[in-house]
Design a protein around this ligand. Structure first.
Ligand code: GRG
Length: 312
C-alpha cells in the first residue's frame, strides 16, 4: 500500500536548516510543559519536589521530546498538542540518568554540566526522584494533550512506553550493561545491549508521536520504527565516540567514563574510523526509511544527521 504523503513530496534541500529552525521552539515548548507538570518546590515533600525539578529542568538536548514533535510534524499534526508524550519520554530519560549516575551503577559526579542528583541531594533522594519521575511520566501520558489520540490509542501508547522502558527494554539493557562490565562482548552482543539500553526509548519516542495521529497506518508506523531503530543505534555509537574524543566540559559529564568502567564500546571493538562509518551507514539507512515522506519529515531527517555530528 502506498503511503499517503503531501503533494510536496520531496525533501527540502537542507533538512538541517529545518531542524535548526524548529529546535529552539520545540526545546522551549517541552521545557515550559515540564515546568508546569512538575510539582512546585513549595509543595510537600518539598525536598523531593525540589530534587525532581533539579534533575529535569534547565538541561539536556531534549532529543526524545523533539523526536515526538518531529514525528508529529511528519504526520501533519500540530506539535502544540503533543506535550503529553513529549514530557513523558523526557521524564523517563531524566529518571534513567539519575539512577544511572548512582554509586551502585555508574557512580558519576557530573551530569548536564552540574552535580549529579545524588551529589546535590543524597542517594535516597535520588532513588526516590527516579521513581517519582517514572510514575509522573505514565500519569502525564494518560491524561495530558496527545494529538488526536482516543482512549484506545492512549492505552497503546501506555503499553508501548511500558514495554520500551521495562525489563525487556531500557532497564533490561542497563542490566545487560552492568553484567558486561569487564567482559569482552562481540558486535551482535553489543548491538543487542544498546538496542535495549538506549535505542528502546528513542524508538518509543517516535512511536508515541506516530500514535498521536488518528489516521496512521501500519506501513507508515513500520517505516518510522525502522528510522528510529537506526538512529537509536547511531546515537549510541556516536555517544561512545564522544566519550573518547570529547572533553568533560563539552560533554557536561565525565569523559572517558566508559574506559574507566571497562565498558564494551563501538570504538573499542571496531576502532574509531570503522565506528564512525558504521554510524554514518545507519543514518543513511534511517534516511532511506523516510523516502516516501515529503518535506514534512525534514525535521526527522535533520535529527538523523545531527545525531552523528553533535559535539555533546
Ligand atoms: C534504568 C538506571 C537505568 C538506566 C537506563 C539510558 C540509561 C540506561 C542510562 C544512561 C546512561 C548513558 C549515559 C547512556 C548512554 C546514552 C545516553 C542515554 C546518553 C545520554 O543521553 P543524551 O545525550 O542526554 O540525550 P541529555 O543530557 O542531552 O538529555
Amino acid at each position: 500500500m502506498a503511503i499517503p504523503v503531501s503533494n510536496r513530496s520531496r525533501p527540502s534541500r537542507n533538512p538541517t536548516e529545518r531542524l535548526n529552525q524548529a529546535l529552539p521552539g520545540y526545546q522551549q515548548q517541552v521545557e515550559a510543559a515540564l515546568d508546569r507538570l512538575l510539582p512546585s518546590a513549595e509543595v510537600q515533600p518539598a525536598r523531593l519536589h525540589e530534587a525532581m525539578r533539579y534533575a529535569v529542568l534547565g538541561g539536556g538536548k531534549r532529543l526524545r521530546p523533539v523526536l515526538v514533535y518531529a514525528t508529529g510534524e511528519a504526520l501533519g499534526l500540530n506539535p502544540k498538542h503533543l506535550d503529553g508524550p513529549a514530557c513523558a519520554v523526557e521524564l523517563i530519560h531524566a529518571y534513567s540518568l539519575v539512577h544511572d549516575d548512582l554509586p551502585a551503577m555508574d557512580d558519576d559526579d557530573l551530569r548536564r554540566g552540574k552535580a549529579t542528583c545524588h551529589k546535590a541531594y543524597d542517594e535516597a533522594t535520588a532513588i526516590l526522584v527516579g521513581d517519582a519521575l517514572q510514575a509522573l511520566a505514565f500519569r502525564c501520558l494518560a491524561d495530558a494533550p496527545a494529538g488526536q489520540a482516543d482512549s484506545d490509542a492512549r492505552l497503546k501508547m501506555l503499553a508501548t512506553l511500558g514495554i520500551a522502558v521495562g525489563s525487556r527494554g531500557m532497564v533490561g539493557g542497563q542490566a545487560m550493561d552492568l553484567a558486561a562490565e569487564g567482559k569482552a562482548l562481540n558486535l551482535p552482543e553489543l548491538e543487542d545491549l544498546h538496542i535495549h539500553k538506549t535505542g528502546a526509548l528513542i524508538r518509543a519516542s517516535v512511536m508515541l508521536g506516530a500514535l498521536c495521529h488518528a489516521g496512521h497506518h501500519q506501513e507508515q508506523l513500520e517505516r518510522l520504527d525502522h528510522y528510529a531503530k537506526c538512529i537509536g543505534l547511531a546515537f549510541q555509537i556516536h555517544d561512545d565516540i564522544l566519550d573518547v574524543e570529547g572533553t568533560t566540559e563539552e560533554l557536561g559529564k565525565t569523559s572517558g567514563a566508559d574506559t574507566r568502567l571497562q565498558k564494551a564500546t563501538y570504538p573499542a571493538l571496531l576502532g574509531l574510523p570503522e565506528a564512525r562509518e558504521h554510524a554514518r551507514h545507519l543514518v543513511q539507512e534511517a534516511l532511506t526509511s523516510l523516502t516516501e515522506f515529503g518535506p514534512e519529515a525534514d525535521c526527522l531527517r535533520g535529527i538523523a544527521e545531527y545525531i552523528i555530528s553533535r559535539r555533546n
